[in-house]
Ligand binder design. Structure first.
Ligand code: FAD
Ligand code: NAD
Length: 367
């Protein structure tokens, strides 16, 4: 997919170099890949340790050194996307001339499969916690100053806490703090904050500990992971989002991407499965969005509705899907994204196959 510059395979291995002025240390990474962008560059610099990871499809290239001298907390990342050059510009704390960049750490200057790299965590602070429904909250975490990290649409991060002396890790899907109602305004992603919508389970090991966190408390947040590619939305005319419960979370950035970046898009329909009406996440925001953007439609389906519920009832089924999913025109290009409890997702994928949708027309969000 990504176009490789240069002819021979040998040319495609990234490399790095560094140089200095009185005030600055510049680390340059030649990724040898076109279409570099900010989401593919993850940099952490804390306590003299510099870690720069470049995502190259299913591989990653790492620069990891114990710096020769101290640097300031904040740094700049410049990306020359077309030529694939990434610069990390560090500010020296003092004006020494450095003899070396630093001591290479274990994985320094390696290119390897992302799955073999292992997760890297940094400490983030809880900034705010707001109620979304009776059991679900929107958490805002702040990345440290010395971190450059953006979570791509459709990807999740892992949170890590020490609970009763044991490390516990769970995946969560970052979203936007609200649904973008005004598309002229850039979606508020300043890069420093990560928003997560999390359901607190009364017997949940991790979520109970999360709920006990106070503003200002620390938590570990990993690099992003996930196999959704934004290119899957390109050229799509009809987008169907099938979400159950907190399976709604990946749909938020996806909606934003589709409504702002997919030029061919004609319709987006969110079919949102919940137990009761008070479980519906961001119901008001979704209804407002549907009023504002005529391409967007939302349908709520409840599995345990109150008697007065006038909307659809039931769980995911073949008949329900064929009834609720209509193409805007015959043979339009469709994408169906599905996320929720494992049985919901598995059954959904099977029903879609039965209805004749191809593998390329579906994306299931799983661990
Ligand atoms: P647990 O202690 O694991 O239990 C949760 C509840 O379910 C408890 O009430 C428990 O009694 C019950 N339970 C546990 N196991 C089972 C079982 N096998 N069958 C039936 N009931 C069971 N969640 C979010 O809220 N927001 C997100 O954005 C989000 N993103 C995710 C992304 C990915 C890729 C994945 C895989 C999951 C995501 N989750 C998300 C779910 C999240 O990772 C946790 O599973 C969830 O928060 C529960 O963790 P816990 O430790 O509190 O609960
Ligand atoms: P919930 O228990 O409140 O159920 C919501 C709806 O899901 C139900 O109304 C029903 O329509 C459907 N559903 C539930 N169990 C089903 C079953 N066995 N078969 C068919 N349909 C079923 O949901 P929740 O507590 O919000 O859980 C959301 C789930 O989504 C969690 O399991 C979470 O791990 C998962 N999730 C996954 C990802 C991901 O993989 N990327 C992201 C976010 C959430």
């Amino acid at each position: 997919e990504r176009k490789v510059l240069g002819a021979s395979a040998r040319d495609t291995t990234p490399s790095y170099d560094w140089f200095q002025t009185d005030d600055l240390i510049t680390v340059v990474i030649y990724t040898k890949q076109k279409d570099m962008d900010a989401e593919l560059v993850i940099v952490d610099c804390q306590d003299k340790r510099l870690r720069g990871e470049i995502i190259l499809d299913d591989h990653s290239y790492l620069v990891e050194v114990d710096l020769d001298h101290e640097v300031q907390d904040d740094f700049a990342v410049n990306i020359a996307g077309k030529v694939g050059k990434v610069e990390i510009i560090l500010k020296k704390k003092d004006h020494f001339q450095w003899k070396v960049l630093g001591l290479p750490l274990e994985s320094h200057n390696t290119l390897m499969k992302r799955t073999e790299r292992g997760l890297f965590y940094r400490t983030c602070k809880l900034i705010s916690k707001t109620e979304v429904t009776h059991d679900t909250k929107l958490f805002c975490f702040m990345l440290p100053k010395g971190t450059h990290l953006q979570v791509p649409t459709g990807q999740h991060v892992y949170l890590k806490q020490i609970i009763a002396g044991t490390e516990v890790v769970k995946p969560y899907t970052p979203l936007l703090p609200f649904l973008p109602l005004d598309f002229k305004e850039p979606s508020r992603q300043d890069g420093a904050h990560i928003y997560l919508m999390i359901k607190i389970y009364s017997c949940g090991l991790f979520t109970q500990a999360l709920d006990r966190l106070q503003i200002g408390d620390d938590i570990f947040v990993s690099n992003p992971e996930g196999d959704f590619k934004t290119s899957q939305v390109q050229g799509v005319e009809d987008l169907f989002l099938l979400a159950a419960g907190t399976g709604f979370t990946p749909m938020v950035k996806l909606l934003n991407l589709a409504l702002t970046k997919a030029d061919c898009l004609r319709t987006v329909k969110l079919i949102f499965f919940n137990k009761k009406d008070d479980d519906i996440l961001w119901r008001n925001q979704l209804e407002q969005l549907a009023l504002r953007d005529e391409r967007f439609e939302v349908q709520f389906i409840l599995s345990e509705p109150a008697e007065d519920w006038v909307g659809k009832r039931g769980k995911i089924s073949s008949s329900l899907l064929s009834e609720c999913m209509k193409r805007s025109k015959k043979d339009s290009k469709v994408l169906i994204c599905i996320c929720g409890p494992t049985p919901f997702t598995e059954q959904g994928v099977q029903y879609l196959k039965d209805l004749g949708y191809s593998h390329e027309e579906m994306h299931a969000f799983t661990a």
